[in-house]
Every structure is written in structure tokens, then in C-alpha cells.
Ligand binder design. Structure first.
Ligand code: 26Q
Length: 843
């Protein structure tokens, strides 16, 4: 393959770009507003002001991004490519202003427009390019990598439509397309000169070269173009700006030339549509797999474009010798979604650069690392061999070859054990043979990690037991974390200021320092300030709930919150049963010790997930009945917040008193919302699942409300599970079931909740809702008791924030870097705050 030569021509005296620094921010904003956007009337629309401000900030990011890339080159840094089908970024403006330390200048510049940053921020649309936990984790990781000055590039898809917008119609979820790019996306810069060709379809030829070596050639493919759009990722006050490269699919020029010239205008346009479909929409299910061809196209599209991008850069810098490639590159696979990258790297090395299989395999298995995010067996990705053969014929051959060689190793390890070979094969045999993507990821990677201690242990003992026996050293744990910049400093300015008054502001950079707060937990005047901050934050949420749900919350009541994707294993149903139980107590006049509560739920259901949608409807109906009952209003108010997203969480978590983390033990891999709540001083009521266990360990059992069956007990409980008996035995549960079955919440909609009721009563209920009800109710009573003593509650709240240090994604990323990536931080000492530009001014 011809070596690409990079020609650089720099305008004399402008190597470092025009001057941009603090002094010009105001002028830049005006220039962008008046000239780039051509506006003159202030107040006509905040949208234009938002765009002008975003462009002003972007200018500063671009300068630093260039410097960062220069450093990566100069320092010959080893780099990680984080491959993910999802990056749930949310809004960028507030985060960039915080990380670039521009808060004062921006607010002074905005004074001239008689507005403030909070108002302008509201004009920004969330970048919702993800479903939930896995996608948001990728976004937190990017923030931490940049803040730790680590050379990490994110690779993802620039979906035209992100996560759907959810609205409610008569309590039912309605999905609406998320046209987030409609008004333009000011943060991105396209780089069409770095576009890549992606092959689909066609067939494989074989030919022998002059040396008698056999080669495979993927021919007659229908190629699609991957065009990169770069989004800057600023580190926290360190002048590092990394890149998130999002690929958009486009038709190649051949479509235009050949088809148009042949007079087949409409065929050409149809082909163009097919190409552009690939990055049109994010798949909105966050667990179960449905084998859709377009999804496989997305996965290969991302993997191939990103691998080619890195390999092209390598060839540019080093020529076609790949001997040292693995010393300089790591690909971290965010779940199995991009695991086809294993086979793609093999294809590029073997077919395009003619490496021997063994050399290519050495390189591949030294550069790939895989993170697993789920224990649900039904969520493990599989693709039919026949679909692969049609869409990716050469990739299928490579997967078969990887499998053949791997099974030979298995045969050596377990001689004569044919069952083992069948169990471990990358191909699941049966009517329709399937490729097991997790197995491909494990076999092709040097590191396999889970996302919380329990999760990793369960992977080793269950799902991936045989692989663990084969390669114990591959397996490791990396407990998730969240970025304290967005999830405390930015979203909770009131509390942040208070914290900084006490312990200084370095905690934003070094979140381990948050433990210094412990010293003040019993300081009564500090407790009062802590409570005051909570009330201010609760008022923000009161306003949001009023606006979105029409429900009146009251800051004097306890805010009890569960927000996350709607899933049976997450047990929103258990929460709502408790709400019904409280309502039942109120109706019976059993209000002794009852603490007034506002219960908030929110989250999206996958559009095809019947039960999840029923649960949303049930929550809404229960809320309606309770909120209309004057008897209840001083004790209990309930709301379902539509369209839960990153921006909503930024208002919700600072206002929360009680964080609901109630999944069936062993089912939630980690959870990350639990960490955001903890950082903001919420107390957790939860099961021993995922990272809840580590949260409880960190804060101490006394400061955590524990309930429910434990993971190791689940199988035994299931073997003798009898919900009918549990209902009979427990009058609280019997009352709740009676209210449900009598149609109290669906008076004019008969039988509406029959399937939900039957699920609870089924001896085969995998989520054990009825089993955990009693201990949940009793833990909730403990919550009431604790909340009634406000001084005590506030102490626990302070201790929760103080103990949340280890749940910073900076800690997580440091561990990824130390144990898996082995990166060296970029030098930040020689960069001053205005980077290149101020040097230009000085000289
Ligand atoms: C797969 C194939 C086809 C279509 C969609 C998907 C798909 C998409 C998203 C499958 C799974 C996901 C997302 C999974 C996810 O978010 N898992 C969560 O990851 C978090 C971060 O590690 C954990 O904290 C959560 O416990 C886990 O549920």
C-alpha cells in the first residue's frame, strides 16, 4: 500500500495561530454574534448568543487541541483509542467554561448582553448519543483522561438522531425523534480529508503472489465513506484538549459518478440513502440484542474507520513496519459492540500490509482490551454467521480462522474434552449458527475487565468461568467512577462553594481530598449550611417537576428519587409497591412515624420493551391517584419525570435526599447514578449489588440503608420461590396487591396491569420483587426514622460526600492507565493558560 505523505505548509509567522486570550473573549463573542452568525438584535433569541459563545469557547479549545496533538507527537506517546458505540456527552458549554477556567470572563462578557451563563446554557441541546450507563461512562472517562493529561482519543458514531425524546400521553411513553443537529452543532470540526472507506458485501478472492504466498482479497464490495467530525474534550485547568472523533457515513463518489452517468439517477440516490442510513439513528435498547443488520453495519463501520485511522497514522509516521505498533497503541473496547475491531485489525494487517497471521495475531492480542458491562445472559451479543457472510465475508473468514486456532489451544488445555470445545467455540452451533461476540473479545484481548468488584467476581465464576480457567491473568476489575467536575463542581455550585470554603478548591482536580470534609460532619453550623444548600437545590427540582409534570413538590419533604433506564431487573416496580404501601398506610390512618416524601421516578423504556412500558404507565397512574387525594398530599407526592437525560440529572442529583438503588442482587453490573447521588450527599437505600457494595464499604454500614437478598442466595431462593405464600404472610404486601388487583389505579382501564400483577405473583419471577418487599419496607422505615432527626441525617449526608472520593472517574482512569494502558501523562508544565497564542504575543 502506498505510503501517505503529509505535506505541511505553514503561513510565515502564523505557525501558532492568531492571538486569542482572556482580553479578547468579549470581542470574540461580539464578532461571532454579529459577523459569524449575522445577528444584531440581542434578546431576540438566546440560541444565537449560545452559538456565538460556543464558537468563542471553541476557538480556545482548537488552539489547545493543536498543542495537545503536537505534544503527543513530540513525546512519542503511547495512546489509547476508546472505541464505543455510545458517548452520552450531554451539554458541552458549562463543562468547557469550567474546565478552561473562564467563568468570570464569560459572565462579564454576557453582562453586555444583559444575560447570564445559566440562561444561555439552556439553549444547548444535549448530545444524547447513548442509552444510559455505558454511554455516560464513556463521557466521564473522556473528561478524566483529558484532566489527567492522558493521550486518549475517543472513537464513536455521529448519530444524526440520538436517544429518542420521551413524552407522556395519558401516562404512556411516546417516543419522538431527537433531531439534535437541527440548529447546528457548534463544537464539532469536520475533517473530510481523513475520511476512510468501509467495505460491505461483495466476496473474497484468493490469489498467489510471485513468492508463492497465498492472499485473500475482499472484492466487489459496496463501499461507504466514513467522515470524521472532531469534538474537543478539555481537561480541567491543564490546557490539555483531547479529541472525540465521531464518524458520519456518506456515499462514496463512485455512487455519484458511475450510477449518475449511467443515467440511473434514482438508483444512485437510493444507494446514497443506504450509505447515509448507517449513522442515522442510535439503537435505543440498552440490553437485549435483536440481530438487526443495520446495527451490525454500525458496529463494523465504527470499528473499521477507527482501526484504519490509527493504522494510517502509524504508516505515515513509521512506515509499514508494525514491529512496535503494540508498544504505542491500545484499543479499549466498550463492551462487545466494537469487538469486531479484533477481526478488522487482523484484516488490515494480514490483507493490506501482508503480515503473517502469527505476527498479526501477536500485535492484535497485545493491543486489544475489553470491558464487559453486563451479567444478563440474554444481553450477550450474538450475530448469525449467515448475516456476517453476506455483509462482511472477509471478516467472517478471519473469525473462523481465529476460532480454529483458539480451539486447537482449548484441545491442548483440555485434551479429549469435546464438550469444552463446543462450549468455548466462538461459533455457537445450532439451527442458525451464531458468532459469540464476547468470546471474540476475550480471545482477542490481553485484558478483560468488569466494572465493579462483585461484577468481576461473578464474571470469573459464572459467565466467563472457562476463559478465566484458561487465562486467569487477563481478568481484572475496574470499578466505575463519575467525573466530579460535571457531577459536583458544575451541577451543584451551591454545595461546591461551601465545600471549597472549608477545604479549599483543589478537590475538583484531586477528588481524594474530598475526605477532608469528614472533619466537619459534627460541626453544627456547617450542618446548617449543608442543609441550606440542599434546600436551594431542592427548589430547583421543585420548579422542574412543576414545569414538566405539573406536580407540586415541597422542599420541606424528603426527596426520594429513582432515575435510570426502566428495566425489570432495576425494580422500579419494587419502588412503586412501596409507594402504594405508604398510600395504604395513609388511607388507614397509620401515619405514626411517617416522614412526608416526594417520590420521583424517571427513565426511558426501550420502545419494544412491553413490561418496561407497562411499569411507566403504572407509575403514572399511581402518581395520579395519590396526587389527587387530599388525604395524601401532606404525606406523599409522586411524579414521573418525562425525558430523563444528562441535563435533568444535573438538576436531580443535587436535590436528592434518598437514592434508590434497588436492583436484584447480581444483576446491576455497577451503576453510576448511585455515585452521582452519593457525591451530592444523598443517602442510599440499596441492595448488595454492583458498586452499591463498594459505596457501603466506603461510607460505612451505618450510613447506608441495606436490604434484600444477596447475590449468592438468589439461586436457592429461586428454587423454592412462592410469592403467593409471601403475599399471604405479609399483610402490607397483601394490602398492596389488593389495591392493585381491585383496579384502584386503573378504574376506567380494566385489566391494564394484569401482566404486571402476574409477574409479581409468578413463582418464576426472576427479579424476586415479592421476596425483597418486606426487607425493603423495613429499610424504608429506618430511612424515615433517620430523616426525622435532621441533624443525624445531615451528618450522614456529609459523610457520604466525604467518602465518595474513590468514585471519581479520575481514580478509575488512573487504574486503567496503570494496569491496562500503561500511558505516560503529557507534559503540562510548559503550557501556560493561553497556550501557543500567548507565546506568539510575547515574542
Ligand atoms: C446491543 C446490541 C444492539 C443494540 C443495543 C445494544 C446495547 C446498547 C447499550 C446493549 C447494552 C447497552 C448498554 C448497557 C449499559 O449501559 N450497561 C450499564 O453499564 C454501566 C457502565 O458500566 C453500568 O454501571 C451498569 O450497571 C450497566 O447496566
Amino acid at each position: 500500500m502506498a505510503k501517505q505523505v503529509e505535506q505541511v505548509c505553514v503561513v510565515k509567522g502564523w505557525q501558532e495561530g492568531p492571538v486569542i486570550d482572556e482580553s479578547t473573549l468579549k470581542d470574540d463573542l461580539t464578532r461571532h454574534f454579529y459577523y459569524t452568525l449575522g445577528r444584531d438584535k440581542v434578546g431576540e433569541s438566546q440560541l444565537y448568543l449560545y452559538h456565538a459563545l460556543a464558537l468563542t469557547i471553541r476557538d480556545r479549545l482548537v488552539a489547545r487541541c493543536r498543542e495537545t496533538n503536537k505534544k503527543i507527537k513530540q513525546q512519542k506517546s503511547r495512546k489509547t483509542s476508546y472505541l464505543s458505540l455510545e458517548f452520552l456527552m450531554g451539554r458541552a458549554l458549562g463543562n468547557a467554561v469550567l474546565n478552561l477556567d473562564l467563568e468570570d470572563q464569560v459572565s462579564s462578557a454576557l453582562q453586555e448582553y444583559c444575560t447570564k451563563i445559566e440562561t444561555i446554557e439552556d439553549a444547548e441541546h444535549d448530545a444524547g448519543l447513548g442509552n444510559g450507563g455505558l454511554g455516560r461512562l464513556a463521557a466521564c472517562f473522556l473528561d478524566s483522561c483529558a484532566s489527567l493529561a492522558l493521550p486518549v482519543i475517543g472513537y464513536g458514531i455521529r448519530y444524526e438522531y440520538g436517544m429518542f425524546n420521551q413524552s407522556m400521553s395519558d401516562g404512556n411513553q411516546i417516543e419522538q425523534p431527537d433531531n439534535w443537529l437541527r440548529e447546528g452543532h457548534p463544537w464539532e470540526l469536520s475533517a473530510p480529508e481523513h475520511s476512510k472507506r468501509i467495505k460491505f458485501g461483495g466476496y473474497v478472492n484468493s490469489y498467489t503472489d510471485k513468492q508463492g504466498r497465498e492472499h485473500r482479497q475482499w472484492v466487489s464490495s459496496h463501499d461507504v465513506l466514513a467522515v470524521p467530525y472532531d469534538v474537543p474534550i478539555p481537561g480541567y485547568k491543564n490546557n490539555i484538549v483531547n479529541t472525540l472523533r465521531l464518524w458520519k457515513s456518506e456515499a462514496t463518489d463512485e455512487f455519484n459518478l458511475t450510477e449518475f452517468n449511467a443515467g440511473s439517477y434514482s438508483e444512485a440516490v437510493a444507494q446514497k440513502n443506504l450509505a447515509e442510513q448507517i449513522t442515522m439513528v442510535l439503537y435505543p435498547n440498552d440490553s437485549s440484542e435483536n440481530g438487526k443488520e443495520l446495527r451490525l453495519r454500525q458496529q463494523y463501520f465504527l470499528s473499521s474507520a477507527s482501526i484504519q485511522d490509527i493504522v494510517d497514522q502509524w504508516v505515515n509516521d513509521h512506515g509499514e513496519s508494525f514491529t512496535d505498533f503494540a508498544d504505542y497503541h491500545v484499543f479499549q473496547l466498550n463492551d462487545t459492540h466494537p469487538s469486531i475491531a479484533v477481526a478488522e485489525l487482523m484484516r488490515v494487517l494480514v490483507d493490506d500490509y501482508e503480515l503473517d497471521w502469527d505476527d498479526a495475531w501477536q500485535i492484535t492480542t497485545k493491543t486489544m482490551a475489553y470491558t464487559n458491562h453486563t451479567l444478563l445472559p440474554e444481553a450477550l451479543e450474538k450475530w448469525s454467521v449467515s448475516l456476517f457472510s453476506k455483509l462482511l465475508p472477509r471478516i467472517l473468514e478471519i473469525v473462523f480462522e481465529i476460532n480454529a486456532r483458539f480451539l486447537a489451544d482449548v484441545a491442548q488445555h483440555w485434551p479429549g474434552d469435546v464438550d469444552k470445545q463446543r462450549e468455548l467455540s466462538l461459533i455457537e452451533e445450532g439451527g442458525e449458527p451464531q458468532i459469540r461476540m464476547a468470546y471474540l473479545a476475550i480471545v482477542g484481548s490481553y485484558s478483560v475487565n468488569g466494572v465493579a468488584a462483585l461484577h468481576t467476581e461473578l464474571l470469573k465464576a459464572g459467565l466467563f468461568k472457562e476463559f478465566y480457567a484458561l487465562w486467569p491473568n487477563k481478568f481484572n476489575n475496574k470499578t466505575n467512577g463519575v467525573t466530579p467536575r460535571r457531577w459536583l463542581a458544575h451541577c451543584n455550585p451551591t454545595l461546591s462553594e461551601l465545600i471549597s470554603e472549608k477545604i479549599g478548591s483543589d478537590w475538583v482536580r484531586d477528588f481524594a481530598q474530598i475526605n477532608q470534609l469528614r472533619r466537619f460532619y459534627d460541626d453544627t453550623s456547617f450542618q446548617t449550611q449543608w442543609q441550606d444548600a440542599k434546600v436551594i437545590n431542592k427548589q430547583r427540582l421543585v420548579d422542574l417537576v412543576k414545569e414538566r409534570c405539573g406536580v407540586e413538590f415541597d422542599v420541606s419533604m424528603m426527596f426520594d428519587v429513582q432515575v435510570k433506564r426502566i428495566h425489570e431487573y432495576k425494580r422500579q416496580l419494587l419502588n412503586i409497591l412501596h409507594v402504594i404501601h405508604l398510600y395504604d398506610r395513609i388511607r388507614r390512618g397509620d401515619t405514626q412515624g411517617l416522614v412526608p416524601r416526594c417520590v420521583l421516578l424517571g427513565g426511558k423504556a426501550a420502545p419494544g420493551y412491553y413490561m418496561a412500558k407497562k411499569i411507566i404507565k403504572l407509575i403514572n397512574n399511581v402518581a395520579d391517584v395519590i396526587n389527587k387525594d387530599p388525604l395524601a398530599s401532606s404525606y406523599l407526592r409522586v411524579a414521573f419525570l418525562p425525558n430523563y437525560n444528562v441535563t435533568a440529572m444535573e438538576v436531580i442529583c443535587p436535590a436528592t435526599d434518598l437514592s434508590e438503588q434497588v436492583s436484584t442482587a447480581g444483576k446491576e453490573a455497577s451503576g453510576t447514578g448511585n455515585m452521582k447521588f452519593m457525591m451530592n450527599g444523598a443517602l442510599t437505600i440499596g441492595t448488595l449489588d454492583g458498586a452499591n457494595i463498594e459505596i457501603r464499604d466506603a461510607v460505612g454500614a451505618d450510613n447506608f440503608f441495606l436490604f434484600g437478598a444477596e447475590a449468592h442466595q438468589i439461586d436457592d431462593i429461586k428454587s423454592r420461590y412462592n410469592p403467593a405464600h409471601l403475599i399471604e404472610q405479609n399483610s402490607d404486601l397483601a394490602n398492596v396487591m389488593h389495591l392493585l388487583e381491585s383496579g384502584h389505579f386503573n378504574l376506567f382501564e380494566p385489566c391494564l396491569f394484569d401482566d404486571v400483577i402476574n409477574a409479581i405473583k409468578s413463582p418464576h419471577d426472576p427479579w424476586l420483587v415479592a421476596h425483597d418487599f418486606e426487607s425493603y419496607v423495613s429499610a424504608q422505615k429506618q430511612v424515615d426514622k433517620a430523616y426525622a432527626d435532621q441533624a443525624y441525617w445531615t451528618q450522614m449526608s456529609i459523610l457520604n460526600t466525604a467518602a465518595s472520593g474513590i468514585f471519581s472517574s479520575d481514580r478509575t482512569i488512573s487504574q486503567y492507565s496503570d494496569d491496562i494502558w500503561h500511558l505516560t501523562p503529557l507534559n503540562t508544565s510548559d503550557t501556560d493558560s493561553t497556550t501557543a497564542t500567548s507565546k506568539a504575543t510575547k515574542s
